[in-house]
Ligand binder design. Structure first.
Ligand SMILES: Cc1cc2nc3c(=O)[nH]c(=O)nc-3n(C[C@H](O)[C@H](O)[C@H](O)COP(=O)(O)OP(=O)(O)OC[C@H]3O[C@@H](n4cnc5c(N)ncnc54)[C@H](O)[C@@H]3O)c2cc1C
Length: 442
């Protein structure tokens, strides 16, 4: 540890057990391992020095942004150094002419969006956590969000990366041009690699022209399956919403208990849809055709969208949460909702579901008693049923949160032996000593 302290400027290495413990958790219930230190990196050089030291001594390193992850990706492993990037917050360049920004990994997502807006641009990926999560964490998990139904996920905005490899070498991937196909697409490989292949220290990201404020449709349904059918109909009709979110009854109740939104007793689900292209009346009509009990079109939907962003903290008030993140083809959404409801009933579990429904991405949140070290068997059984249902319907285990530690037990169901072997071969190439976020993602 002394060697590491000498290699870094004063004050970068923290070893107080209370401090290391507080940096060891993300937003899951998972009990972290015991970290030996936290490094508060402020520059690429700090990252290089840390990784050189770690590879020399074979010490595990857990990269960390803001710790808002929902899969256990940034939870500490025993004996590790937590490499926190949250102090690297510079927006180095913002070019309106090239519609790009060059940013350090600790920049808060919404801060980049606000900076872009000053130039008539926007940074499109907007996870619900965008006021608290970092660009580095978003890149490492390939985060999605509410606007992604129209503008794509984080990978669609990532052009180039500076990455420090496990042995301290610096790798520059990608480009700052609109197009570019030189060599393998290493940028895409690092996006979503959950800190297991390298540490992102700089990113060139795509910005887009900021659209006119969208019109909002709010539709209430007496059945969540009907709401999901309306989503499938909106997509099939080619409406191109810029946001299409589904909130189920249990989640609406959690928000209502907290914020008193005046939830009608018969409302079992709500859809929030936005259009920047004048498709709001068409979407409202499709909601009515699919059984909506109440439909309103509003000019300013920001309050409604704000409530949607409160869905997860509202559920955290009910107990501990096991958060799933399955994604299914959008035509399968009604069936997936029905299977989640069936799993909740069969295993007697409270499941609150919100969905980036326009992407087919559902977040069934399994609520269990506070104080338990992990979910009880009936919760695991319900979760297992939901994962298997998603795969059965042609879907995937995780749409945007990543595998982390939480979903590793189901990974083989989706990946199979050949994909697993290739994953491990890639890991071996980039991190032969297995020091970068070991035990996560693959
Ligand atoms: C209220 C709430 C709402 C959320 N809504 C969404 C949502 O809509 N969409 C969505 O996708 N997610 C959502 N999330 C999950 C979470 O915010 C995202 O996964 C986010 O991308 C994590 O960013 P972070 O900075 O907190 O990263 P962390 O949680 O610190 O880390 C996440 C992963 O990235 C790795 N990592 C972090 N920084 C780097 C780096 N610089 N280089 C290499 N690896 C790195 C870590 O090792 C870890 O594996 C939500 C979470 C909360 C609490």
């Amino acid at each position: 540890m002394n060697e590491l302290k000498y290699a870094l400027p004063e004050g970068r290495v923290l070893t107080d057990p209370d401090v290391t413990a507080s940096y060891g958790r993300d937003r899951t219930f998972l009990e972290p391992g015991k970290a030996r230190a936290v490094v508060l990196a402020q520059s690429r050089d700090d990252v290089v020095a840390t990784l050189r030291w770690a590879s020399e001594h074979q010490v595990p390193v857990v990269p960390r942004g803001a710790g808002t992850g929902l899969a256990g990706g940034s939870t500490a492993v025993d004996g590790c150094v937590i490499l926190s990037l949250h102090r690297m917050t510079a927006i180095r360049e913002l070019s309106a002419g090239d519609e790009i920004a060059v940013v350090e990994p600790g920049v808060i997502t919404a801060d980049l969006d606000r900076a872009a807006r000053e130039h008539g641009l926007m940074y499109a990926p907007d996870p619900s956590s965008y006021e608290i999560s970092t660009i580095g964490g978003n890149l490492a998990t390939n985060a999605g969000g509410l606007r992604c139904v129209k503008y794509g996920v984080t990978r669609d905005s990532a052009l180039g990366l500076e990455v420090v490899l496990a042995d301290g070498r610096i790798l520059n991937t990608g480009r700052r041009t609109v197009k570019g196909v030189t060599g393998y697409d290493l940028t895409s490989l690092f996006v979503g690699s959950e800190g297991t292949l390298g540490v992102i220290t700089l990113a060139t990201v795509r910005l887009r022209r900021a659209p006119a404020p969208p019109a909002t449709v709010a539709a209430e349904f007496t059945s969540a399956v009907d709401a999901a059918s309306a989503v499938s109909a909106i997509i099939a009709a080619g409406c191109q919403p810029s946001l299409l979110e589904l909130i189920d009854h249990a989640t609406l109740r959690a928000i209502d208990d907290w914020k008193n939104i005046g939830l009608e007793p018969g409302t079992r689900a709500m859809l929030i849809a936005q259009s920047e292209d004048g498709a709001e009346q068409r979407m409202a009509g499709l909601c009515e055709e699919n059984g909506a009990s109440n439909v309103a079109v509003e000019e300013d939907g920001s309050e409604l969208v704000g409530l949607r962003r409160l869905a997860y903290p509202a559920k955290e008030r009910l107990g501990q949460c096991l958060v799933e993140d399955v994604c299914v083809p959008r035509t399968a959404l009604p069936e997936m909702i029905a299977r989640i409801e069936a799993a909740a009933a069969a295993h007697d579990v409270l499941i609150c579901t919100v969905a980036h429904a326009g992407d087919g991405n559902l977040h069934p949140v399994f609520v269990f008693e506070r104080g338990l070290p992990e979910p009880p068997p009936n919760v695991w059984a319900a979760a297992d049923e939901v994962f298997r249902a998603a795969l059965d319907l042609g879907g995937t285990l995780t749409g945007e949160h990543g595998v982390g530690l939480l979903k590793r037990r189901w990974l083989a169901l989706e990946c199979g032996p050949v994909v697993t072997e290739i994953h491990h071969g890639i890991k071996q190439l980039f991190d032969p000593q297995n020091i970068l976020n070991p035990g996560k993602a693959i």
